[in-house]
Design a protein around this ligand. Sequence first.
Ligand SMILES: *[C@@H]1O[C@H](CO)[C@@H](O)[C@H](O)[C@H]1NC(C)=O
Length: 165
Amino acid sequence: MLRVVAYVCALLALAHGQTTNVQSCTFHNGPLPINTYIEGCVNPPCVFPLGQDPVINIKFRAPHAVQRMTSFATAFLFVAIPYPLGEAAQTCNYLANSSCPLDEGEVVQYSLNMFIESTIPAGVSLPIEFRIVDDNNNALVCLRVPITTAAPLSSDMLAGSASGV
Ligand SMILES: *[C@@H]1O[C@H](CO)[C@@H](O)[C@H](O)[C@H]1NC(C)=O
């Protein structure tokens, strides 16, 4: 159900032609997607509240036939820190309008839900690179975007105080 909602949101965002101004990767390589929209963020840094799942909608073209894909996120704070995406790393499971394997030249819409751990401090600003690689470790897409972590949204804090935490 959540997935369906995410897909509908992705398609609506696309229908409205929304775009986040992301950059090319500088640490990894790989081409920019055709379009990237990080929900609620047009001009980075994008604000990522702790305990939330920012949604990153990516439209890209498969440069060749692709059997399987994996998504990666890397944060940069003095050094490159891999950020675990968990289940969301299985790119093929989060395509809005296609499924794997992809044909060469196929254009697909993909939504990455990236959970922001509550253990990360609020107010941290750093760049993140997102990339999608195929089975042979070739990058299909790579993008870089500065983000800032923020305190959990107030509804979460209210829920926390209501339950006596
Ligand atoms: C998926 O959606 C995107 C964006 O609407 C579109 O450009 C693309 O052609 C679609 N791909 C397929 C396989 O339907």
